[in-house]
Every structure is written in structure tokens, then in C-alpha cells.
Design a protein around this ligand. Sequence first.
Ligand SMILES: [Zn+2]
Length: 280
Amino acid sequence: MLCPQCSNNQKRSEGMQCGSCHYGFLLDPKERPYLSDRRFLHFVGKVSEDGERWFTAHQLHGLLQHHDMGWAAAVRRAGSNRRRVPRPPEETVATVARWVAHGRPIRGLIDRPALGVPAPNWPEPDLYDYGAENVLVVDQPLLVDVLVRNGVHARARTAIIDASGYPSGVTRRVADLIAHRPDLRIFLLHSSADGAAAPLEAYARSVLGASANPVIDLGLSHHVSRELRFLRWAKHTVVPADVLSHKWLTTGVESAIAAGVSLVGLARGGGPSFSDDDFG
Ligand SMILES: [Zn+2]
């Protein structure tokens, strides 16, 4: 185990405290999810751009799995039959929670919905007052937070809510807006589970009153792993939408909304001007 603090190379048998600088190792690389502290911190730094942008544990999971996939392919090319089974996102969520519970804050991490109350850091508070041009309904509150905190709502001029009515202030304004705008486009973003779009559309139609509005499903479709290269590890498994890389979750979603197509449609059309496995 390489010490993240002083780079001392310590054997696991020498204990969980660095013999050189006394750093306390938290993750045991011999236990699930087989991550060392140093590797964990490396990927946290990568997904958050060293704490400069917001991310969820699911995004970290996507990055770890994508990286493991490349590693497994290299092992197979070298003649081994060893295959990696995709790990469940909950495993990474639990590792992140454990890290934070041990008093080790992670810059940029979104681990609880925080847009419910008006906060001084609420970006672009006036967007919904002068009229959003689109609505995006998602299937979990943290997805709202990661999109809004990374500015997607402002750049795409889109009100973003989840199908439980979060954040409530925005949801009320969206319902008012829809009442006056039967042409307003409603987009959906959700996990790759079969049928995940249906309850979101039902929510928009019945609760938000969007009976006549056009509804466009961004995905994730259940075959998304065949279309987006960095999600190839997700074959045969259901993944939440925020396993997408930062660029797909921001520029990708914004471009899909502008073009009125799904993320897979965007990828097939050449996608935005970035490589689909680019996590930068
Ligand atoms: Zn050390």
C-alpha cells in the first residue's frame, strides 16, 4: 500500500498505519471493493477535477468501472480468461460514505440533496422567474443537485426537478409554467432500468399537468452500454444516470436538450465534440 501522504510503500502485514508518517489507512485493498486509499483519492481527484467540480458517488463508480474494464481487457489480451464482473454502484456509495464518516471530507462530493431550501449558493435564482425554455424530470434528487450545481440548468435554460417534487419551490413554478405553455418541451433522464421513463412521463402528465406537452426521453436506454463506449462495463447491469462522465452529464445533456434527441441519438449522430470516453 502506497501512503497517499508520504508515498511510503508499506506492506499490508505491517498494519494500517504508515510506519513513516503515521497516516491512518482506511481502505484495505485486500477486501471489497479492493481499493487502496491512494487509488481512491486518485480517482476522487480525477472525477472532481481536484475538487473544482461537483460529483456524486455514482460518477466515481462509473469512472472506477470504466478504468477496471480497460484493465480487464488488457489482462484478456495477455491471454488470461479472467473477467471482471461489474460491481454494484452501492459498493462505491458505501465506500464514499465510510470515508466521510471517518471525518475525511471530500471536496465536490454531493451526497445529500441540498437544493430544498433557498441557499446563498443557489445558482441563477432568477432562471425560473423569467421563464425556463425546457423542463427536465429526473428519477433521483442527487441527479438534480449534480446537474444544477454544475450549471446545466442555466446553460440549457432548463428547469430541473425530480419525480418526487424536489426541489419543491422549482416544481411549483414548473407547474405554473406548463399551465401557460402547452408547447414547453419536457425531457426525461433516468437509470437504464427497463421502463424507467414511464413513471417520469406519468408524473409530468398527471402531476405537473403536461397533458399535451411534447415529452422527449434522453435515456439512459437499457442498451446504452452498446452505444457509449465508456459504459461498456455496464452490459448486463442496470446503472443510474449519474454514472455518466462529467462531460456527458453536462455538455452531452445540454446538447441533447438543444437538439431534442436522446443521449444515444446524440452519440449516433457523432455526439458532442468530445470523445465519449473522455472523463476530463
Ligand atoms: Zn506515510
